[in-house]
Design a protein around this ligand. Structure first.
Ligand SMILES: Cc1cc2nc3c(=O)[nH]c(=O)nc-3n(C[C@H](O)[C@H](O)[C@H](O)COP(=O)(O)O)c2cc1C
Ligand SMILES: [Fe+2]
Ligand SMILES: [Fe+2]
Length: 393
């Protein structure tokens, strides 16, 4: 084990940094790589490994634990392969080791990794495991972000091994996080992409965690949080219902007409005192777009018509917003068309899961003229008025 990755005597980070990975889920860019965190917890009698690493980094984990003679338990908090993928290799090296996991984790580990049923024991919510002077408590937290997710609390050391919850895609040589901007941005980005769809459940999970005295949060991606208050506080804000005075405006324009509308509306909203975050979807990183959705109040989807509907990149952005379930309250479709279009209905339908109060679309034929700009002025005033009603201006 690396001394620099020692959290307590007998408690070590034994994970792997993936410095150069640039995509996750074949969708989300990773500007700073990521890490797969595994932890070794040694009691006086027993030793547990908490999670493992992506199978591409099996050698790194194995090297960290090469001097560990005996592993009795592998705690699988989450069956996704970036954390479970090296469990089969660990079980081969330590033939007496048992996997402890959620009942749903058991079936997922069997179906995804062909782990033998006899090697897996299920735990129940609240169960504890005595390692000899160190106790692990298993706390079920379904849907952070799979149905089988659980977190593990090391009672004596007040360390919460939180699986993907509170994680960040950030490769770093440091063990502990800091409040620097890059770190807080990475934590928010991770929340936006992975956790936001389960916002209301996470709110309950966070309330449950209030009953635990937590000195350190050790997630399964990114740095460990030894000042966990700022991480917990920001998650509480993000899962709450309070919006910010922000309009998110994803857009596409092929020949400039929709772009003129976007430019005009950006200025009109700024004049009304509303912040605008714009994304040209030909160049936008989906992760940054997701971050903006975390606390924005309104989404303006701007698109030219393309083969009767909206532009395909805009369709994708609307679909993603709907899937991520942000706390947006209002929405509107604007854009330019040539002869006839169904794009406003299509986008409205794609985002119906968000239950937005949708304003009347502003659709114009060709390039915008004076009365179109007046319609955009009216839209900016309506958005401002709704933000005033929300009490966020
Ligand atoms: C590939 C392609 C497909 C189009 N399909 C439609 C369509 O189905 N219905 C329509 O009204 N206009 C259609 N148009 C016309 C554009 O929507 C129209 O020119 C619009 O003003 C372009 O806005 P922009 O300048 O923001 O790209 C299409 C244009 C292109 C290039
Ligand atoms: Fe995951
Ligand atoms: Fe993960």
């Amino acid at each position: 084990m690396l001394e620099s990755k020692k959290m307590r005597d007998g408690v070590y980070w034994v994970g792997a940094n993936d410095w150069d990975r640039r995509m996750f889920d074949a969708l989300i860019p990773l500007p700073d790589g990521t890490s797969y965190n595994a932890y070794l917890v040694q009691g006086k009698e027993k030793t547990a490994l908490i999670d493992s690493v992506d199978p591409l980094f099996a050698d790194v984990l194995m090297n960290h634990i090469k001097d560990v003679a005996k592993i009795d338990y592998v705690i699988s908090n989450h069956a996704e392969q970036d954390h479970s993928g090296t469990i089969p290799a660990v079980l081969s090296k330590y033939p007496a080791a048992k996997v402890l996991t959620h009942p749903k984790g058991k079936t997922l580990l069997m179906s995804h990794l062909s782990i033998d049923e006899e090697r897996i024991e299920v735990v129940e919510d609240g169960d504890t495991l005595d390692l000899g002077g160190r106790t692990l408590e298993f706390i079920f937290m379904p849907w952070v972000h799979w149905p089988e997710t659980m977190v593990t609390y090391l009672v004596e050391d007040r360390i919460l091994f939180s699986c993907d919850l509170f994680g960040s895609h950030l490769a770093t040589s440091k063990l502990y996080s800091s409040k620097e901007e890059k770190v807080t941005e990475a934590i928010k980005r991770y929340y936006a992409e992975v956790m936001m769809p389960f916002r209301s459940l996470i709110r309950k999970h966070l309330a449950k965690l209030d009953n635990f005295d937590i000195e350190i949060i050790a997630p399964s991606h990114g740095p460990v949080h030894n000042e966990p208050e700022f991480v917990i506080k920001s998650h509480k804000e993000w899962v709450g219902e309070e919006n910010k005075n922000i309009v998110v405006m994803p857009f596409i324009s092929m020949h400039g007409s929709t772009l003129s509308m976007v430019d005009y509306l950006t200025d009109a909203l700024s004049e009304e005192g509303v912040e605008v975050v714009r994304y040209d979807l030909t160049v936008t990183d989906a992760g940054r777009y997701a971050v903006s959705l975390v606390d924005a109040a309104t989404i303006v989807v701007a698109t030219p018509s393309f083969l009767t509907g909206a532009h395909p990149l805009v369709v994708s952005a609307a679909f993603l917003a709907n899937a991520l379930r942000p706390k947006l309250k209002h929405g509107v479709v604007i854009g330019s068309y040539g002869w006839g279009t169904r794009m406003a209905d299509q986008i409205t339908d794609l985002m119906k899961g968000l239950k937005l109060d949708m304003f009347d679309p502003v659709l114009i034929k060709g390039a915008p003229v004076k009365e179109n700009f007046e319609a955009l002025d009216a839209l900016a005033a309506t958005i401002k008025a709704k933000h005033v009603e929300l009490g966020i201006v």
